[in-house]
Design a binder for this molecule. Structure first.
Ligand code: KIV
Ligand code: ZN
Length: 519
């Protein structure tokens, strides 16, 4: 059995900002993507796929910004096998310290015939020409035969060999539609090692989707067969049922490295914070029983389990919660807590604040503590998320005041005041079918940006009658979706904040929406 220092390193390729962002309704702004990329850097991922540069001006800008500002990891852009995409990918990543072009093309019969409308010879030529073109720009080139797991194996072996001969340094084997079974997928990877003569000149990667809930298992089976790069997304985001959840494969390797014989370069203590940030920014909540990062992942309900854990943690815990950055204790702050106590607690939660940030969050904290007896970690995380939203995006309109009158015999009526970016205060009022509808209509009268509300949900952040409500909404305009989040002890105010957040995002994105459909 390999000792820890002898273990092979599996490199972690994060595609939260590309495949994850592609998933319905994630639509992130450049500043949000940059923030996630910086956190992925702290997490220690080896490669960040920052986007698909040719897909839209917004994606191009995000990939370029991340390339300029996040210097340690490799920064990749996706590109189809055509000149325009590869040139756009290079323009977006060329200032990165470690740039990578990731080019892909369908290789299964069903996709080549019905989607691409090309024959295998054309696909082979396009793949080779694209890898060669990418190689003309940068040394680090990744090639993916899309739908590899449903590709004729003989054709797959030839394609992989040709891509490596053309200069690909990583060849990725995607289970694009999440069709594989772990033993089968592992065998396919082993066959690639046996049948591709120049296989030693490239890293073999895998990219598994979760349609049958097997993405993490397939990824690990591939690692056992020799793959040394895992692609996935934080919280398992991604197309349809998502990609392999990176926190799951990372912790499987950290926990069972003895069996798998591999390790990663990840700082696992950053996992919890990364998961929270991605959930907040994308508006996709993490289910309570989700492995590693769900609220119940380290909660023991049964008396027997609680008894065991109190006597010896490892009786029922295979991972130490602190190893994934779970906050160490549920210290509660209140209205008598001071700045130093708040700073210490926030630092424990992983937030390093300068004096200005501390002052702003302290003011919000005091306001909350006046309305809520106990302010706990979840409240603090939500305050920090609110602060981040305000700081990271241009605030075309700031919510100043909301007042609502409603009741079982009244027509719900709302008055709203907003301040524009130039400091002008605008007030309007409206009636509605309910108080939230009235608030949204009053805001619409001021902002006047037509859109459709496609999702509205409210959750309590903590327990108790004085809990803050967290509202997540999605609005749609011209086929683009914008997420908004807001929290407050008053859910009408939280709803207004969420709507302003989504509208400010929409206004910030302008015409940078998606132009080309990604893979
Ligand atoms: O799922 C897939 O095949 C992809 C490729 C573009 C790698 O996302
Ligand atoms: Zn994918």
């Amino acid at each position: 059995m390999a000792t820890e220092t002898e273990r092979d390193v599996v490199v972690i390729f994060d595609t939260t900002l590309r495949d994850g962002e592609q998933s319905a309704g994630a639509g992130l702004t450049t500043s949000e993507k940059l923030e996630v990329a910086k956190q992925l850097d702290r997490l220690g991922v080896d490669i960040i796929e920052a986007g698909f540069a040719a897909s839209s001006p917004g994606d191009f800008e995000a990939v370029q910004t991340i390339s300029r500002e996040v210097r340690r990891p490799v920064i990749a852009s996706l590109a189809r096998c055509n000149t325009g995409d590869i040139d756009a990918a290079w323009r977006a990543i060329k200032e990165a310290e470690h740039p990578r072009i990731h080019t892909f093309i369908s290789s299964s019969d069903v996709q080549m015939m019905h989607q691409l409308r090309k024959n295998p010879e054309d696909v082979m030529d396009m793949a080779v020409a694209s890898v060669e073109r990418a190689k003309g720009y940068c040394d680090d080139v990744e090639f993916s035969p899309m739908d590899a797991s449903r590709t004729d194996p003989e054709f797959l072996f030839k394609l992989v060999e040709a891509a490596i001969a053309a200069g690909a340094t990583t060849v990725n084997i995607p289970d694009t539609v999440g069709y594989s079974i772990p033993s089968e997928f592992g065998r396919r990877i082993a066959e690639i090692f046996e049948r591709v003569p120049n296989i030693d000149q490239a890293v073999i990667s895998i990219h598994c989707h979760n349609d049958l809930g097997l993405a993490a298992a397939n990824s690990l089976a591939a690692v056992q067969a020799g793959a040394r790069q895992i692609e996935g997304c934080i919280n398992g985001l991604g197309e349809r049922a998502g990609n392999a959840a990176l926190e799951e494969v990372i912790m499987a390797i950290a926990t069972r490295g003895d069996y798998l014989g591999v390790s990663t370069n990840i700082d696992t203590t950053q996992i919890y914070r990364t998961s929270r940030m991605v959930s907040d920014i994308t508006g996709f909540p993490v289910q309570a029983n989700k492995a590693v990062v769900g609220a119940n992942a380290f909660r023991h309900a049964s008396g027997i389990h609680q008894d065991g854990v109190l006597k010896e943690r490892t009786t029922f815990e295979i991972m130490d919660p602190q190893s994934v950055g779970w906050p160490s204790n549920e210290l509660v702050l209140g209205k008598l807590s001071g700045r130093a106590g708040l700073r210490a607690r926030l630092e424990d939660l992983g937030f390093d604040l300068d004096q200005q940030e501390l002052n702003t969050v302290f003011a919000d904290f005091k306001e909350l503590a006046d309305r809520k007896r106990e302010v706990n970690d979840a409240d603090l995380e939500s305050l920090m998320a609110g602060q981040r939203r305000m700081a990271s995006e241009p605030q075309n309109y700031v919510l100043e005041h909301v007042q609502v009158s409603s009741g079982n015999h009244d027509v719900p009526t709302a008055t709203v005041s907003l301040t524009t970016i130039d400091g002008e205060k605008l007030t309007d009022a409206s009636t509605g079918t309910g108080p939230v509808d009235a608030v949204y209509k009053a805001i619409n009268r001021i902002v006047d940006v037509p859109n459709t509300l496609t999702e509205y949900s409210v959750n309590a952040i903590t327990e108790g009658i004085d809990a803050q409500g967290s509202v997540t909404i999605r609005i749609e305009r011209d086929g683009e979706v914008y997420v908004g989040r807001g929290s407050d002890t008053d859910i009408i105010v939280a709803s207004a904040k969420a709507y302003m957040h989504a509208l400010n995002r929409l206004l910030a994105m302008g015409d940078k929406g998606r132009v080309n459909e990604p893979a």
